[in-house]
Design a protein around this ligand. Structure first.
Ligand code: NAD
Length: 496
């Protein structure tokens, strides 16, 4: 067992009871209310943060509005936006270990993994977006305006920043999800009010410090900590917000989408998933089993595109399931500060209880628990679990559990696999494990999901749009698609 030592800066950050950033000010909630954060590995209180009121949210949006409309930020050149984003990424690189430790203490995930995954992916993404800042283009068009045949026009299309962005994110990748929103917003010249998840605001607050240090004007980035029901709802309803971008559950996403439509606020929704892992008979079965295990157990299964449904061609079903169960049984659970640990705790007692309910539901309905199916504490641990003998229509197969629980079902042929893979309200990701090139290419266009991986799962790149079909959301993050979602088009016609 090797326990990572906390940096003095990590301890100091937590001990100073972090505040929210509104405009230039680090503030408490207007009414002085706070909310406790817990270390999921122990269940103990880590620190308290402000519980923002509706007034706090309004002040943050006003600061972002003024920064967008009136401050020097509204006149920044693309090169300055590029350089600032690059500077921010450099500061995150400098503080990568600190950010990873905060993520570990606040979320439960491994600090070592967070440093090379969450933090590094966030840095890479900001650098990728810094590149776009200088490459946002409009176009000129030769027009033939009807009814004015003799009139000459000069016509062009501008791509402009959408304005004030209200960003609300989930707790499973707190820093990375925030940066997926911050990157395109700052590259295009928007301003942002970020509401991190109730449980995990620490890296967002550290990020806000780094944004200040990078030299962004006041009000360009504001962070409000608080509950979804108060702070999140206030941000969603605020008429000064031009665009809402949300990562979280489908239930909350649907509500936000409806509210956004009422005011025609632009909206992007990155929601839940129940992604299939499909193992064809010809696959390299060893790597398919290892890949399927990592597809569900990485980040304790708290991944929107986790491979939570496993479909294996019938003749290999028992072997592949046995291999995955073997991998699961060998996993060591414990604190994310222990570098020898393979899996950390779930985010909260509530999430542990939710995951546990699904496992119990499986047991009660006669499903077989092939491995795991246990919970323990202190801390919010659930053992990696594989469940078989379930019907495709079972809640375990149809609903997002968001924990380390895999349901496995055999299939007979390609058509059978596609039918079951697509038989889901969600459509975020899917993986196909096969070396049959023709079969893979036949299947890719027929899978209804925003990402398809072949012989891998959850592989993400800043250049590839990420988002969902069906109940998994509206819009895309990353790639040029993100730039499109943070800009509006303006057609200009000049009569000559
Ligand atoms: P959640 O919907 O409960 O909360 C997400 C965020 O919304 C939090 O910040 C919360 O405070 C806020 N919120 C809650 N109620 C609100 C309301 N009424 N108005 C405004 N904001 C409100 O989701 P969660 O449990 O934090 O996260 C897990 C979910 O997120 C899973 O469904 C997962 O699949 C999804 N997710 C999706 C992606 C993606 O990119 N598609 C990525 C990560 C997580």
């Amino acid at each position: 067992m090797a326990i990572a030592t906390l940096l003095p800066a990590t301890t100091a950050f937590i001990q100073r009871a972090p505040r929210m950033l509104i405009g230039a000010e680090w503030v408490e909630a207007a009414d002085g209310q706070t909310m406790p954060l817990r270390n999921p590995a122990t269940g103990e209180q880590l620190c308290v943060v402000p519980r923002a009121t509706v007034d706090d949210v309004d002040r943050a949006v006003l600061a972002a509005r003024q920064a967008f409309d009136d401050s020097p930020w509204s006149r920044t050149r693309p090169r300055e936006r590029q350089n600032l984003l690059w500077k921010l990424a450099d500061l995150m690189q400098r503080d990568a270990e600190l950010l990873a430790q905060l993520e570990c203490l606040n979320n439960g995930k491994s600090a070592a993994v967070a440093q090379v995954m969450d933090v590094q992916l966030a840095i890479d993404f900001l650098r990728y977006m810094a590149g776009w800042a200088t490459k946002i283009e409009g176009s000129s068009v030769e027009v033939s305006v009807p009814l004015m045949p003799d009139q000459q026009f000069h016509s062009f299309i501008r791509r402009e920043a959408v304005g004030v962005v209200g960003a609300i994110v989930a707790w499973n990748f707190p820093l990375l999800l925030a940066c997926w929103k911050l990157g395109p917003a700052l590259a295009t010249g928007c301003t942002v009010v970020l509401k991190p998840a109730d449980e995990t605001p620490l890296t967002a607050l550290k990020l806000a410090e780094l944004v200040q240090e990078a030299g962004y004007p006041d009000g360009v980035f504001n962070v409000i900590t608080g509950t979804g029901i108060t702070a999140g709802a206030a941000l969603t309803h605020n008429p000064r917000v031009d665009k809402l971008t949300f990562t979280g559950s489908t239930a909350v996403g649907k509500e936000i989408g409806k509210i956004a439509m009422d005011s025609m606020t632009r909206v992007t929704l990155e929601l839940g998933g129940k992604s299939p892992t499909i193992v064809m008979a010809d696959a390299d079965l060893g790597s398919a089993a290892a890949g399927a295990a990592s597809a569900i157990f990485f980040n304790q299964g708290q991944v929107c595109c986790a491979g939570s449904r496993l479909y294996v061609q019938r003749k290999h079903f028992d072997n592949v399931v046995a291999d995955i169960a073997g991998i699961a049984n060998a996993m060591k659970l414990g604190s994310g500060l222990d570098t020898s640990v393979d899996m950390g705790p779930l985010i909260s007692a509530r999430q542990q209880e939710r995951v546990w309910r699904y496992i119990e539901m499986g047991r009660e309905s006669g499903a077989t628990i092939a491995c795991g199916g246990e919970q323990f504490g202190p801390g919010y641990f659930v053992k990696p679990t594989v469940i078989v003998d379930v019907d495709q229509q079972h809640s375990l197969v149809q609903e997002e559990i968001f924990g380390p629980v895999l349901v496995a079902i055999p299939f007979d042929d390609e058509a059978d696999a596609l039918r079951m893979a697509n038989d889901s309200p969600y459509g975020l990701g899917a993986s196909i494990w096969s070396n049959d090139l023709a079969a893979v290419h036949r299947m890719i266009p027929r899978i209804k999901s925003g990402s398809v991986w072949v012989n891998s799962h959850s592989a993400l790149d800043p250049a590839l749009p990420f988002g969902g079909y069906k109940m998994s959301g509206v819009g895309r993050e990353m790639g040029y698609a993100a730039i499109e979602h943070y800009t509006e088009l303006k057609s200009v016609l000049i009569k000559l």
